[in-house]
Design a protein around this ligand. Structure first.
Ligand code: PMT
Length: 419
């Protein structure tokens, strides 16, 4: 594994020779890129000795660029790891600015980027730093730590860089690069819905829900990393489009239904992660509805078409994976949806004002006919990699069963429902 290790100027930089050793022990080739301020905390000589490679730091170094340009370096990397990442570096990553070699590499690479922040606890809890952290997570980067404990500044709290061995274990895990799943969906098309829908009431109001799109976008990235062509039909969200994914932005449940059916013929696998409105206003008012003297008003709602059920009902439709968003009786309700919508698999999550929706983490249990697997709370990006792995496994089983004429559990579930 080729790792570009970016080091920015924080006191935790003194741990980076140890980090390089831990990465190399796990078989990684490490190319170090330092920012100018990192040199204040750790020497080039020490880092060159442990990495066995000349250190890169200057975007304008003609000699270094001639042997491997920054674009070649961005392509060489299987992983870009930034440790430690200062508050300033997080801000540059969030803003997409690239004044030096390290930040330029981050814009130019298609490799996964992992960031291990380290800073004083008050700085870490500052809303500006937290907003930058959220932005880079939304863009698909992985944040490792920071940990709580005693800090170099003498304070105690969250802000310590995660220990080198733990960082090395995370980035060298084949699941981090998608290597474990790499190629397993090569040649397949995965169609995914994500985000909420908006059902207009009048030109200024609509009915919607709390979905941020994070889960669906993470599934899209993971499916892409597994080698699939990915078509993402997204409701209105404020996330950046995942790299290499074909995007179709929609607003209403009707538009999502139409965009899904426009692309379903090519799809081998359909994953419905969107939180689609079950009902929409029966009438759309052409002009803003005025406040009247009445103390209450009522609005007629009509059912929307169920996109997932309609795809699962197609004669030679794709392998269908639903999500079940439940506030109670999660298992029973999920199983009812698995059977009622005639799905191959359902991913159940508990939702509420502080669960499931809009968070970076989720807790899910996956059900397929006769079996289930639960996952502890984890980052949506990590969960998505595992979920795509299970989907690829189950899809392969159904393909084998169909090719061999064996009536597997998935086939029999469909049979039970009369198809
Ligand atoms: O977007 P995030 O903030 O990251 O939150 C993630 C999530 C909670 C939205 C996601 O994990 C999730 O659970 N998505 C499904 C939400 C939902 O609408 O669940 P449901 O139980 O109401 O619907 C069951 C399934 O039918 C879902 O796959 C849904 O996409 C699909 N459906 C529902 C209604 C409809 N008209 N068409 C559909 O396709």
């Amino acid at each position: 594994m080729n790792i570009v290790l970016g080091i920015s100027g924080g006191i935790a930089a003194y741990k980076t020779p140890e980090l390089v050793r831990r990465l190399r022990e796990r078989g990684a080739d490490v190319q170090i890129v330092m920012t100018d301020s990192a040199r204040e905390f750790v020497t080039e000589t020490a880092l060159q000795a442990v990495s066995g490679r000349p250190i890169r730091s200057n975007l304008w170094d003609k000699e270094a660029e001639a042997s491997m340009s920054h674009i070649e370096l961005a392509r060489w990397a299987d992983v870009v790891l930034i440790a430690p990442a200062t508050a300033e570096l997080l801000s540059r990553l969030a803003g997409g600015s690239a004044p030096d070699l390290l930040t330029t590499l981050c814009l130019a690479t298609e490799a996964p980027i992992a960031v291990a922040p380290a800073m004083n606890r008050v700085m870490w809890s500052n809303p500006a730093v937290q907003a930058n952290r959220d932005t880079i997570v939304d863009r698909g980067m992985t944040i490792i730590g920071p940990e709580a404990g005693s800090q170099a500044c003498g304070e105690t709290g969250a802000g310590r860089m995660t220990e080198p061995d733990a960082i090395a274990a995370i980035v060298c895990d084949p699941r981090f690069t998608g290597e474990a799943a790499a190629g397993r969906l090569a040649g397949k098309t995965v169609l995914i819905t994500a985000g909420p829908t908006r059902e207009p009431i009048d030109p200024v109001r609509y009915i919607t829900n709390r979905s941020s799109g994070k889960m669906g976008y993470a599934m899209a990235r993971a499916a892409r990393a597994a080698g699939a062509r990915v078509v993402l039909v997204s409701g209105p969200v404020s996330l950046a489009a995942p790299r290499g994914v074909e995007m179709h932005s929609v607003e209403t449940a009707r538009e999502m239904y139409e965009a899904t059916h426009e692309h379903v013929a090519d799809a081998d696998i359909f994953i419905a992660a969107a939180a689609v409105a079950d009902y929409r206003p029966a009438q759309f008012a052409d002009h803003k509805i005025k406040k009247s003297s009445a103390d209450s008003v009522s609005m007629a709602l009509v059912k929307t078409d169920d996109i997932l059920a309609s795809v699962a009902a197609l004669e030679s439709g794709p392998f269908c994976v639903g999500f079940a968003a439940e506030t109670q009786n999660v298992r029973d309700n999920a199983l009812k949806k698995l059977e009622g919508k005639r799905l191959d698999m359902i991913i159940a999550n508990r939702v509420g004002a502080s669960e499931g929706f809009d968070l970076d983490e989720n807790t899910v249990c996956v059900y397929w006919p006769g079996e289930h697997r639960s996952f502890p709370t984890a980052a949506k990006t990590d969960l998505a990699r595992d979920l795509v792995g299970i989907i690829a496994d189950r899809y392969a089983v159904t393909q084998r069963d169909e090719a061999g004429g064996v009536s597997g559990s998935v086939v029999s579930l469909r049979g039970n429902n009369g198809s």
